[in-house]
Design a protein around this ligand. Structure first.
Ligand code: LLP
Length: 430
């Protein structure tokens, strides 16, 4: 987190609280969330994108407390499942400020979303067009819809998190004509209010070229709909995906710069197509919560392994692993880590931080230089774990998922408690 700093004695202070103190009370592993940092990033997007609606993408990390912070900071909320919708409603988020995503929403889920009064449902298939029209007819409530379109852009990110090239499950293809057809059907469906087009090109993106191509294609369709169907859609969503720095090599943009770039791209295309600019929205998740959280672990074992070339790698095993951060194993993601709790001036050694799960791919930090005297009982902090770590955490090997502890002004508050063995046994009916 931006507010984190090391003390003279080597401890890491997050949100005004030394991690050693936090661990003494709450144990490890734990996710530590700096509330001011989260709110600051939310506000930075809100302010930079003042003319847009900013939807925080809850899939990155969502809890009742976080949903409240999002609402308090003036952001909207993007949910992509019934479970996330439940958390948002429990937090008291105004339903009209919620967007509901998903490529396989059931009739029951759509009915619940429409009955709750969500502000928009992002429609992702022809079956869903019919389901939504049916729900609007059944409930007599307005169903506000956006059409998820595939812009055909190859975003330069890991294949599994890139979503706008053609051969993947999300959205309607613009090129094939499916997107226009979906718009036409929704436009004609009684009870459905068509808000606009939605495009999300991928995640952890640093360069705006992908957004530029996507905006051009999506606005092209937007203009065609106006001409051929006489439907002027009032809104357009450009998605999320703004990258953050996991290592010193990553160079993310500030929200103000992003806003300037995106707006310039859209304005340019609107002028070229001679259409009025629709009200824009974006959906950042990672860029808001990612840097605001770190994970703190306790070192359990340290082992020296001699590599083929004769070099030595120090394997440092911590009390968590791929069950609380799957991203290294799944995407080859790059994390760093630092010794917390004490100061060491020992010569750094090349280390790999691994978890305690039963597979060799259970790596948290692939390569890091750590003090050569690293030993069992030491605390390690991994920064930048706010996005897609707790939200993708699992109970692999019957691991207990760690708590999320919010810190602010030196005070810790558990916002998601640590799981217990009773939690594991509660679903096991014997
Ligand atoms: N909007 C839509 C429609 C999305 O599908 C996503 C992410 C977002 C917004 C937010 O993207 P963000 O700003 O957080 O990059 N598990 C992967 C990331 C998957 C992203 C899925 N969709 C990871 O850990 O990198």
């Amino acid at each position: 987190p931006a507010t984190a700093h090391k003390t003279e004695s080597g401890d890491l202070v997050v949100g005004g609280l030394p991690l050693a103190d936090l661990v003494a009370e709450h144990n490890t592993p734990a996710y530590v969330l700096d509330e001011d940092d989260f709110r600051g990033r939310a506000r930075a997007f809100r302010d930079a994108f003042a003319e847009y609606d900013v939807y925080y993408a809850g899939k990155a990390f969502l809890s009742v407390a976080v949903a409240r912070w999002v609402a308090e900071e003036g952001l909207h909320l993007d949910v992509c499942s019934a479970g996330e919708l439940t958390v948002a409603l429990r937090a008291g988020v105004e339903p009209a400020r919620i967007g509901y995503h998903g490529n396989n929403k059931t009739v029951a889920e759509l009915r619940r979303a429409v009955s709750a009064g969500v502000g928009r449902v992002i429609v992702d298939s022809f079956q869903e067009v019919e389901r939504l029209a049916m729900v609007a007819a059944d409930t007599g409530l307005p169903a506000r819809a956006m059409v998820r379109v595939t812009a055909g852009v190859e975003a330069h990110t890991h294949e599994y998190i890139a979503t706008a090239h053609e051969d993947q499950k999300f959205g309607f293809s613009i090129t094939s004509g499916d997107a226009f057809e979906a718009v036409r059907r929704l436009h004609e469906a009684p009870g459905v209010e068509l808000l606009g087009l939605h495009s999300h090109i991928g995640s952890q993106i640093f360069d705006s070229a992908g957004f530029e191509v996507a905006a051009r294609r999506v606005l092209g369709l937007h203009a065609r709909v106006a001409t051929e169907l006489g439907a002027v859609m009032p809104e357009m969503d450009l998605g999320g995906g703004f990258g953050i720095a996991y290592t010193t090599q990553d160079d993310p943009r500030e929200p103000a710069q992003l806003a300037a770039e995106l707006t310039a791209i859209v304005d340019h295309e609107c002028r070229a197509l001679d259409v009025a600019r629709p009200r824009l929205s974006i959906e950042p998740g990672r860029a808001i919560v990612g840097p605001a959280m770190c994970t703190v672990y306790t070192v359990g074992t340290v082992k020296q392994v001699t590599l083929d070339a004769g070099a030595v790698r120090t394997y440092v095993s911590v009390d968590g692993g791929m069950s609380d951060n799957i991203r290294t194993a799944l995407y080859d993601a790059d994390y760093s880590c630092t010794l917390a709790g004490r100061r060491s001036d020992a010569t750094p050694v090349l280390a790999r931080v691994v978890g305690k799960h039963c597979e060799a791919g259970d790596i948290v930090v692939r390569d890091e230089f750590l003090p050569g005297d690293i030993a069992p009982g030491d605390l390690l902090a991994v920064p930048g774990t706010g996005a897609y770590c707790r939200s993708m955490a699992s109970n692999y090997n019957h691991a207990l998922r760690p708590p999320v502890i919010a810190v602010k002004d030196g005070v810790a508050r558990v916002i998601v408690r640590r799981e217990t063995e009773d939690d594991l046994l509660a679903t096991d009916l014997g």
